[in-house]
Structures are given as C-alpha cells and as structure tokens.
Design a protein around this ligand. Structure first.
Ligand code: FER
Length: 247
C-alpha cells in the first residue's frame, strides 16, 4: 500500500488488531536513519500495539525502505512533510478513534516535531531513543562520527553504510528547534532509551524529558540504540504506558 507526498510514493503498512473491531485507536510508527518498517524493534512495537487492540500504520520515510526518493536527498524537512501526509491520511480512516505517534531515533525526533505541529490530533507521543544528537551535531559540526565546519557545510557526508548524504541534510537540521515542539505538546509522552546507546547518548533523553509537561522517562539498563540486549523490556514499558492510556 502507498500514499503520496507531493508525488513521492511512500510505502505504508496498516496492521489491524486481532479481533478486528469496527473502531479502534491507531499508532503511527516511524523508523530511524537508514532504517525501515521491517526492522525487529519496529515490528515488535507494531505487534505489541496490535495485541493491545490498536491498529498500527508503519511508514517507510523518504529515501528509506520501499519508499521513493533517494537516501542521499533526504532531510528532516522531507520527513516532516511525510509525517504530515501520514497524519492527513490517518484522519481519513473511518475506524480510527485516537491517534498515537511513535518513532525510533531520527523517527523519534520527527515524531517529537510532528507532535508539536499536530498537537490537537495526537493523543500521546512515544519517542524511542530520539536522535536529538542530530540537531546538536548539525550545529556543532559533528555528524556520523565525522567533524565538519558548521559555518561551511560540506556538499556531502558519507554515511555509516558508505552511502552519500547531501549537505542539505545538515542545513535543514541546523534550522530545527525541537524545544519549541516540546513546549507545545502537553499530552502524555513516554521516552524510552537504552543507557548504553552508542549512537545517541542517553543524556539527551534525560534532558528533554524534563522539558515536557507530562513525560515518563524509562531508561533501559545496559541496552543499545536498537535494543539488542533487552527489547522485551522496551516492549513491556511501551505496553504498560499504553495500558494506562487505554484505561
Ligand atoms: C548521527 C547520530 C545518529 C546521525 C544520525 C543519527 C546523521 C541517527 C540515528 C538513527 O536514526 O538511528 O550523527 O547523523
């Protein structure tokens, strides 16, 4: 299945809860940088939500997974535009009661921005290891482990997997202020972060959690960026938070 955002096809997948209710809430789930909707930690969240009676909508973002767009041309602006298109689409689904928003890493950062933009539409926000380090790194001149001059942005960076990333990614990231979106969103937030995250230092989540009005922060002891050590614990806290929302 796909939707389009300004002519770009985005691969989406809707999964319904087992008992196929006539109406139910939905959770939109966004993967991270270089990720896609079939990653183990993404499908684990999807399955947990479906078990709790929520539908899920997973989306491959611009330049990722089976969506159109080239990886090297993706920016957070494009991902935010994709996110708005997804929320617009979800609003057209007749069965949907409430909309929840979850994202991992760069998808978590995107979800945090979107929740501020679409605050009247989002019931609760679940950023998993949100990649706030991207905005900080873009300003300081350190992304993907590579130093650069933030006042003279390079034409391209080379990503972890050897693929190129256009310098426009950095220019866009330098303009974004997640704190503004954080201030706007006063509904429940669950931030989950492994305290041995090698890609996004856990301190970013500890700091931003304090800036939300209504935020539960769950640190997963010994866990990594993609929860290699304790994905079951991540799923347990997600379920516990969602059960509180559904009661
Ligand atoms: C970086 C650190 C983390 C970076 C991106 C990420 C582009 C995102 C990780 C993810 O989404 O999983 O320096 O640079």
């Amino acid at each position: 299945m796909h939707i389009t955002d300004d002519g770009i096809k985005l691969n989406i997948k809707l999964d319904m809860p087992k008992d196929n209710p006539s109406k139910c809430p939905i959770c939109v789930i966004i993967h991270g940088f270089t990720g896609h909707m079939e990653e183990r930690h993404i499908t684990a969240v999807q399955e947990a939500m479906n078990e709790l009676g929520l539908a899920t909508l997973r989306v491959d973002m611009y330049g990722h997974g089976s969506s159109e767009g080239e990886f090297k041309n993706h920016t957070l602006y494009k991902w935010l535009s994709n996110g708005m298109a997804v929320i617009d689409y979800v609003k057209t689904l007749d069965f949907v009661t409430d909309i929840y928003l979850c994202g991992h890493s760069q998808g978590g950062l995107t979800a945090m921005m979107l929740a501020g933009m679409e605050k009247e539409k989002i019931k609760a926000l679940l950023p998993l290891s949100p990649a706030l380090v991207i905005l900080d790194g873009a300003r300081k001149g350190d992304l993907l482990g590579q130093p650069f001059d933030p006042e003279n942005i390079p034409d391209k960076l080379v990503s972890w997997d050897g693929r190129e990333l256009n310098g426009n990614y950095i220019k866009a990231a330098q303009t974004l202020h997640v704190e503004d979106a954080v201030k706007k969103f006063d509904k429940p937030v669950l931030i989950v972060h492994g305290d041995k995250d090698e890609a996004v230092p856990v301190e970013y989540s500890i700091d931003i959690a304090k800036q939300y009005k209504n935020c539960r922060l769950e640190l997963i002891p010994g866990d990594t960026h993609c929860y290699d050590n304790d994905l079951p614990k991540v799923i347990e806290v997600v379920k516990d938070f969602m059960q509180g929302m559904l009661n």
